[in-house]
Design a protein around this ligand. Structure first.
Ligand code: ADP
Ligand code: MG
Length: 566
């Protein structure tokens, strides 16, 4: 029986398994190793991966991405008319990955090793297990992502004690961890990060630069230029190209949009200076938490697609005064390591991975109002317990009533990382009566106490009277019962993914559409014709004709794309 390994990433997910020759990647239905962690619905048809990602632009209301960020939280995602939690979306993704593995390995798959961030707490780990159960997969083991990365590099085989740092810059998250291995036990000593920093921010910085340039060369207001999706796509292409070469030529001639510019690595450095600054804080913090200085590190491991950027690599070597390990593909490292763990399990031995679950995975806080240009505006988030705080923890914050004479203060509790509460998750609220005080605003102390089992106690005290009132929030992450999982499993079963060949056709259609947005008049006609001809062929269902058309379309699109990024 084969245990597969799954890297259930925020941006991309991967599959692998362990063979006699070591870990091996499993391609998805499109023959690719990376499956974008994106889900989209078209009626009861489910899109997972590349075609769902393409629909992020065309059908944003039916498409969800980045849901790993709210894993274990009950934040609903509404897709079309339906509502899903991150667990359910992850279940749909896992189900597709499982099917891809079954097709490739030609047999049923029942068990998987799944990687999770080191800072995931008990509740989030349970959420991953619930998602796996909904996808009909047993979790043979959850492995910490940095531990998996270390396993992929064979760092567990060191004779003597060794210390290393795992630097993981993905699409939308940044995690840095310090690990120690000693006598077959791998321990996560410290972890820090930024849940809102990743490769996509570099893309956004390039896009902003292109927007500013295109606004000048097209003689249009930047706000109008920003509305064109072409520039976002071009920015991503430019970012990838700059990891390979020193400069890239970008050309757009789609009236009213005009752009003709050479983007160099130096320019990229310049426009992403602030992002590099943001990488610094978690790095310093993890070193501080582990009481280490760069000389104490034996090795540095690079993980995450965004560490392919030369500027990130050279920055890491400069700061840590050490060349990082980079012999493995950074976006494949985690899943390869998870497969090593799967291999160890099937040999009835396993690496002991000391899990670091004693941290709060989310920031917890309350809603506050703020004065903006003389007007009082509600909806802002005031963190009280910061993400990644060691549990149990208790923190107090003093709030002041907005106006004198106020009779009551509402304390609304939220979890999340966004500055505005509308993007965070509402957990509960408590109204605190305050004495009538005409002259000045009353002060209220709000204490949050959070423990490992997921209990949050909110304790309020009116300072002038000493009166207390409290609120207890249970099971923040909402663990699902066996029965709930079974019910959802049935409901989710109605959504069907396209069979393998159709998945490829769907992706190609989406690609033609994407090129269409980039194109100008005559090219647009050609692309439209291409789409129509292809649709006509698909209706006839002659697979050899379709196959031939796919090949010619693919090479035509590649030639077309070379026109604007080269
Ligand atoms: P996650 O772990 O969040 O799922 P990945 O490790 O797959 O994410 O990283 C995805 C990010 O890596 C994306 O922002 C993508 O644009 C970026 N990326 C992938 N390849 C390259 C490259 N060659 N150059 C620059 N960025 C890259
Ligand atoms: Mg990752």
């Amino acid at each position: 029986m084969t245990h597969i390994a799954i890297d259930l990433g925020t941006t991309n997910s991967l599959l692998s398994y362990f063979t006699e020759d070591g870990p091996k990647l499993i391609p998805n239905a499109l023959g690719e190793y990376l499956t974008p962690s994106v889900i989209s619905f078209a009626g009861t048809t489910l899109h997972v991966g590349a075609s769902a990602k393409a629909r992020l632009v065309s059908h944003p209301d039916d498409t969800a991405a980045l849901f790993k960020r709210t894993m274990g939280a009950e934040k609903p995602y509404s897709l079309g008319k339906k509502s899903f939690t991150a667990v359910e979306l992850s279940a749909l993704l896992l189900k597709t990955l499982k099917q891809d593995a079954e097709t490739y390995l030609q047999g049923p798959i029942t068990d998987a090793v799944i990687s999770v961030p080191a800072y995931f707490n008990e509740m989030q780990r349970k959420a991953v297990k619930s998602a796996a159960a909904m996808a009909d997969l047993q979790v043979a083991r959850l492995i910490n992502e940095p531990t998996a990365a270390a396993l992929a590099y064979g760092l567990q085989d060191k004779e003597e004690e060794s210390t290393f740092l795992v630097f993981d810059l993905g699409g939308g998250t940044f995690d840095v961890s310090i690990l120690e291995v000693f006598e077959g036990v791998m321990e996560v000593k410290a972890t820090a990060g930024d849940a809102y920093l990743g490769g996509e921010d570099f893309t956004a910085a390039i896009a902003n630069h292109l927007i500013a340039q295109a606004a000048v060369s097209s003689n249009l207001p930047p706000e109008q230029v920003a509305g064109y999706p072409q520039l976002q796509h071009l920015a991503e292409q430019a970012k990838l190209a700059l990891s390979e070469k020193h400069e890239v030529h970008l050309q757009l001639d789609t009236p009213p949009l005009q752009l003709d510019l050479v983007l160099t690595r130096e320019k990229l450095e310049e426009i992403t200076e602030n992002l590099k600054r943001r990488l610094r804080a978690p790095l310093d913090r993890v070193m501080y938490d582990a009481r280490l200085s760069p000389e104490d590190l034996d090795r540095v491991v690079l993980v995450g697609g965004a560490t392919r950027m030369p500027l990130v690599r050279s920055w890491v070597s400069k700061i840590l005064r050490k060349f990082p390990e980079a012999t493995l593909d950074p976006d494949q490292v985690v899943v390869m390591g998870a497969a090593v763990q799967a291999g160890l399990i099937s040999k009835n031995s396993a690496l002991d991975d000391v899990v670091m679950t004693d941290v709060s995975a989310f920031t917890l806080g309350t809603e506050i109002a703020q004065e903006v240009n003389g007007i009082i505006k509600a909806g802002y988030f005031q963190p009280i317990i910061e993400r990644n705080s060691v549990l149990p923890i208790s923190r107090e914050h003093i709030f002041t009533a907005m106006v004198p004479g106020q009779r009551e203060v509402n304390i609304s509790v939220y979890q999340g990382e966004a500055p505005l509460i509308e993007s965070n998750l509402f957990l509960g609220e408590i109204d605190v009566p305050i004495p009538y005080n005409k002259k000045e605003q009353e002060n209220i102390a709000v204490r949050f106490s959070y423990d490992v089992s997921g209990l949050l106690e909110v304790d309020t005290k009116v300072l002038s009277t000493g009166k207390r009132k409290s609120l207890l929030l249970k099971n923040l992450a909402g663990e699902l019962s066996e029965k709930e999982i079974k019910t959802r499993l049935k409901e989710l079963a109605q959504y069907k993914v396209h069979p393998k060949d159709q998945a490829e056709n769907q992706r190609l259609r989406a690609h033609i559409e994407q090129c269409y947005t980039m194109a100008k008049n005559a090219d647009r006609d050609i692309l439209m014709q291409m789409l129509r001809d292809f649709d006509a062929l698909l209706e006839k269902q002659n697979s050899s004709d379709i196959e031939a058309a796919r090949e010619s379309i693919t090479s035509n699109l590649a030639a077309f794309e070379a026109n604007y990024v080269h």
